[in-house]
Design a protein around this ligand. Sequence first.
Ligand SMILES: Nc1ncnc2c1ncn2[C@@H]1O[C@H](COP(=O)(O)OP(=O)(O)OP(=O)(O)O)[C@@H](O)[C@H]1O
Length: 274
Amino acid sequence: MLEITQLCKTYATGDTALREVTFRVPRGQMVGLIGPSGAGKSTLIRCINRLVEPSAGRVRLGDTELTRLHGRGLRQARRRIGMIFQEYALVERLTVMENVLSGRLGYVSFWRSFTRRFPGRDIENAYRLLDRVGLLDHADKRADALSGGQRQRVGIARALAQEPELLLVDEPTASLDPRTSRQIMRLLREVCAERDLPAIVNIHDVPLARRFVDRLVGLRAGRQVFDNAPDALDEAALTAIYGTEEWHTLHADADGVEDAPARPARARPVEVAS
Ligand SMILES: Nc1ncnc2c1ncn2[C@@H]1O[C@H](COP(=O)(O)OP(=O)(O)OP(=O)(O)O)[C@@H](O)[C@H]1O
């Protein structure tokens, strides 16, 4: 369980990015974080892993209050948080397998990490993860030889190699075509369910979020203005999050006939584009 309590952030410039944001993410739940540009989505993700220092409030992961930690304690806690990024953040010249194993770097000794000699169980687990994300046949390829969707699968396998207790996912599909985006969102949803992992996914594409996440949190100017099931995201809620002008310009993705919906029929996406 992740618990965010009255989280506030005002940058040194005076910009207030978060205003008393409070919500909990139970294990196994994937929360989509939506809101217009500048609403505070990235700041919230970064305050959770303390890449940005919150001005006030608390973040708790299981029994650990992350907002109290410093130095070694913070580094150890960060190992429990898997990060997945828009631009994949892979080491291009390393193989797929080496990139997945880099998720273990925080756990092995300095010498092992320096020589890249990982324990056998880490290597076996990395093969299992590559199989899970559909890349077993690509283990020895260099990362720069992969497609965008394949790279994101490596990013997911690397995050899972950490054996995280939480996934923070920042715009995972922003560089991908609609069909690959759906496949990545489906994979994220499946691995969260399989591993009982809480996840927060910062995502601009509202129809895609609505289709795949369990719950949506909407931010506007740092305030949490929506927190509900995707089905509850009606016109009034979209207006509260995006304002009257902006929400109907959000692009609806063209639903692919080749992809069966991952969510039950009652939660089918509602088109928001006219
Ligand atoms: N390093 C920083 N220094 C000062 N102000 C910042 C900094 N980072 C973000 N902000 C401000 O905080 C507010 C929230 O920004 P943030 O990047 O968290 O929004 P966002 O919802 O992630 O936007 P986007 O969808 O465009 O990425 C904005 O007003 C932004 O200008």
